[in-house]
Ligand binder design. Structure first.
Ligand code: TYD
Length: 206
């Protein structure tokens, strides 16, 4: 099963993932965790180009293609092989991030992006996507407190609000794949909710 975590900045995805993976491993699942952009040696090199604050001249189409380059490498080198072995993949961001950020955030054509994503992933879609939904200002404040601010964090508030609204639209359009979680709750409660949702899905499949 292929599970992705999505959400706006500061939604806490990345800090929830290790505990979640440990829990699922203890429960007996063969879990592989990864993240985007990155997750492979080539993808990590692409990631540093994408997030480098010095790269102020990066063009929107360049950015879109670099995200897909990192993604296609990750799908072929890491995600598909693990799924083929019957494993469980947990991925911090995936194709929906391109639709939310480059599509809804920048207002680029969604269908055009879907075609590029389809090429990059060979059509691989998640079985379940968890949206860790948090108010944009709350999320950005969390990020700034963590001192971990990247090139995409410094865009203005409306951009991030459009990203969040984009996620809501994506989730509404495919309710069987998406589950939305209130990530404004204390982290322990978010973790409990995520575990329950995933276990229910896994058990329904067995
Ligand atoms: P990262 O530091 O991993 O942020 P986060 O902890 O929020 O996941 O940086 C990834 C950034 O790249 C984040 O701002 C979202 C953005 N992004 C896109 O714009 N498009 C994409 O396709 C992906 C995968 C990420």
């Amino acid at each position: 099963m292929f599970i992705t975590l999505e959400g706006p900045e500061g939604s806490g995805k990345s800090s929830q993932l290790p505990d979640l993976a440990d829990f699922l491993r203890r429960t007996g699942y063969n879990v592989l965790t990864t993240r985007e952009p990155g997750g492979t040696p080539i993808g990590d090199q692409v990631r540093s180009v994408l997030l480098d604050k010095e790269n102020t001249t990066m063009q929107p189409r360049t950015e879109i293609l670099l995200f897909q380059a990192s993604r296609s490498q990750l799908v072929d080198q890491v995600i598909r092989p693990h799924l083929e072995k019957g494993g469980l993949v947990l991925c911090d961001r995936y194709a929906d991030s391109t639709l939310a950020y480059q599509g809804f955030g920048y207002g680029r054509d969604i269908n055009e992006l879907r075609a590029i994503i389809n090429f990059a992933t060979g059509g691989l879609k998640p079985d379940l996507t968890l949206l860790l939904d948090v108010d944009v200002e709350v999320g950005l404040t969390r990020r700034q407190k963590g001192g971990d601010v990247n090139r995409l964090d410094i865009f203005e508030l409306t951009f991030h609000q459009n990203v969040r609204r984009g996620y809501h639209r994506l989730a509404q359009a495919e309710p069987q794949r998406w589950v939305t979680i209130d990530a404004g709750q204390p982290p322990e409660r978010v973790q409990r909710e995520i575990r329950k949702i995933i276990l229910d899905r896994l058990r329904a499949k067995e």
